[in-house]
Design a protein around this ligand. Structure first.
Ligand SMILES: C[S@@+](CC[C@H](N)C(=O)[O-])C[C@H]1O[C@@H](n2cnc3c(N)ncnc32)[C@H](O)[C@@H]1O
Length: 129
């Protein structure tokens, strides 16, 4: 099972558009569940939304994998749990203080990506490594 927990990039991306990008990525990679923080899209009842990252994570079933630019394990050597919950930050918040795997994507330039782009790389690595 694959679960994604993301934080809206409110202020950088319109939440309505960001929601569609996450959803489409989820369809492409057969993601079972997408959870977003905080609750911004009251009209989108098909989307799981929580006010805090703790509530979002507690609602998930699986091994927690924090995707962090400063993580201590490279994605290229990471063994994906069968039942994984991939957790992403946003421009203002990371999760380095929480317990769980901290996995980084090594990029040629040390620039942090939008989470939805990082998620596409993680999902592709899960299916193709
Ligand atoms: C714009 S980045 C946030 C960077 C944030 N300023 C920080 O202190 O971590 C959005 C999210 O995408 C994911 N991300 C972006 N680049 C990544 C990388 N190279 N490796 C792992 N995760 C990455 C992380 O989950 C990150 O929190």
């Amino acid at each position: 099972m694959i679960t994604i927990v993301g934080r809206f990039e409110d202020g950088w991306l319109s939440p309505d558009i960001e929601f569609f990008i996450w959803k489409q990525l989820g369809y492409a990679y057969k993601v079972d569940r997408i959870v977003m923080v905080p609750k911004l899209l009251e009209r989108r009842t098909s989307l799981d939304q929580y006010d805090t990252i703790e509530d979002a994570i507690n609602s998930c079933d699986g091994e927690i994998v924090f995707m962090e630019q400063l993580g201590n394990v490279s994605l290229s050597s990471f063994v994906h749990p069968k039942n994984a919950v991939y957790v992403f930050g946003n421009a203002s918040t990371n999760h380095m203080n929480l317990e769980g795997h901290k996995v980084k994507i090594d990029t040629p330039s040390p620039v942090d990506m939008f989470a939805v782009n990082a998620a596409a790389i993680v999902l592709d690595n899960r299916y193709n490594s």
